[in-house]
Design a protein around this ligand. Structure first.
Ligand code: PLP
Length: 390
């Protein structure tokens, strides 16, 4: 007999990237040399000093016990120091910072702290899928704000009808953006802070790609804007920043009431972060800036290869300033999904259709830079050969 599942679970779609991993595995089992430019899972290793610190702290048996629910004080201090060095913003270690098991859980929990059933969450489209599931699982309703190329992929909050605004409690933001790779400037952040203050709306700014940037560009934190701490929290992650996706560590910073609320929620659900992972994170946050510069130089070369390659194939893509992705137009005559399916069948090159991030992603594909240069070259050659013979 089948068990009766909850309405919540029945309404939850399978997570796209879990499905994608299965698809890739099946094709590889069938002997295909798959080049996956699909997931934002860094292929480069975590820094050696981080791995050493992790291993060394594993040997201290005191660290085998339950960790602190809200993270070690020394980790809070290391995050505060890192944040001040990077963004020039002083955070109070215990009040304004909460270490997380990766930023993904923090997204869902921050929404839980802000939304009631029947509320509206403003979700820019295309979006990271958690903004939708983190809204709907609470019985709240997403209101989509299309991100358009001609508006530099920034949402137009002035276009929201009053009937929506009266129920809106949350605005999701994500810059550097996944999937479009767009970045937001100070004027935009000032506008949305003012908007949030006027309408009593909480902002969750997802900054998972804060530290993948190119040339002289440096993405800014929303907390650099005066007044932001009254209405906003920001999520950071060591996954992309220090190639530590498997370690599962990130942090929520900003508005102290929300930070405390998420801490309360989490301590009722999980039991904190394995201490060796916290020590490893401290080591990472104290790495010299030269480590990031070298790592970002590698991504920058991959970005250049992909952008030039896509433009040469007629898949127009703008030069990006930050983030792990290239957001390219699909060739004429295809939908996003048809193109990615066709390409995978023909070449073994796996890209993500823009529509996986919402209907505003139609006409685009997202290409991840998490493969070595020779594999990217090989992927582009296969794409060129397939497009020539279609
Ligand atoms: C926009 C965005 N936010 C958050 C995350 C979650 O990152 P993590 O949970 O590894 O910190 C990702 C991962 O791909 C992402 O793309």
């Amino acid at each position: 007999m089948l068990v009766r599942l909850s309405n919540l679970i029945n309404s939850l779609p399978p997570y796209h990237f879990a499905n994608a991993k299965q698809k890739i595995f099946e094709r590889q089992e069938a002997g295909v040399d798959v080049i996956s430019l699909s997931m934002g899972d860094p292929d480069l290793p975590a820094p050696p000093a981080v791995v050493e610190r992790l291993c060394a702290s594993m040997k201290d048996t005191e660290n085998h016990r339950y960790p602190e629910y809200r993270g070690m004080r020394v980790l809070h201090e290391a995050i505060a120091e890192w944040f001040e060095n990077r963004f020039g913003v002083k955070l109070t270690p215990e009040q304004d910072i909460l270490p997380l098991l990766g930023s993904k859980e923090g997204l869902a929990y921050a929404a839980t702290a802000a939304l009631n059933p029947g509320d509206i969450a403003l979700v820019p489209d295309p979006y990271y899928p958690v903004y939708i599931s983190g809204t709907t699982t609470l019985g709240a309703e997403p209101y989509l704000l299309p991100l358009r190329e001609e508006q530099h992929y920034l949402p137009d909050v002035d276009s929201i009808p009053a009937s929506v605004l009266s129920r809106a409690r949350l605005l999701w933001l994500n810059y550097p953006n996944n999937p479009t790779a767009a970045c937001a400037d100070q004027a935009f952040f000032e506008r949305v802070i003012d908007f949030a203050q006027r309408h009593d709306i909480v902002i969750i700014h997802d900054m998972a790609y804060a530290e993948v940037y190119f040339d002289d560009f440096r993405p800014m934190s929303i907390l650099q804007i005066p007044g932001a701490r009254d209405v906003a929290v920001e999520l950071h992650s060591l996954s992309k920043t220090y190639n530590m996706a498997g370690f599962r560590i990130g942090m929520l910073v900003g508005n102290p009431e929300l930070v405390d609320a998420v801490g309360r929620l989490k301590s009722n659900i999980d039991s904190g972060i394995f201490r060796p992972v916290q020590y490893a994170a401290i080591e990472a946050l104290r790495l010299p800036p030269s480590w990031l510069a070298e790592r970002n130089t590698i991504y920058q070369r991959r970005r250049d290869l992909l952008i030039d390659g896509c433009n040469a194939l007629g898949m127009r893509a703008e030069k990006t300033r930050a983030g792990l992705y290239v957001w390219a137009h699909v060739p004429q005559g295809y939908t996003s999904r048809d193109f990615t399916n066709w390409l995978f069948d023909q070449t073994g090159v796996f890209l993500t259709p823009g529509t996986n991030f919402g209907s505003a992603g139609e006409g685009y594909v997202r290409i991840s830079m998490t493969e070595q240069e020779e594999r990217i070259r090989e992927a582009l050659q296969r794409m060129q050969a397939a497009l020539q013979t279609k």
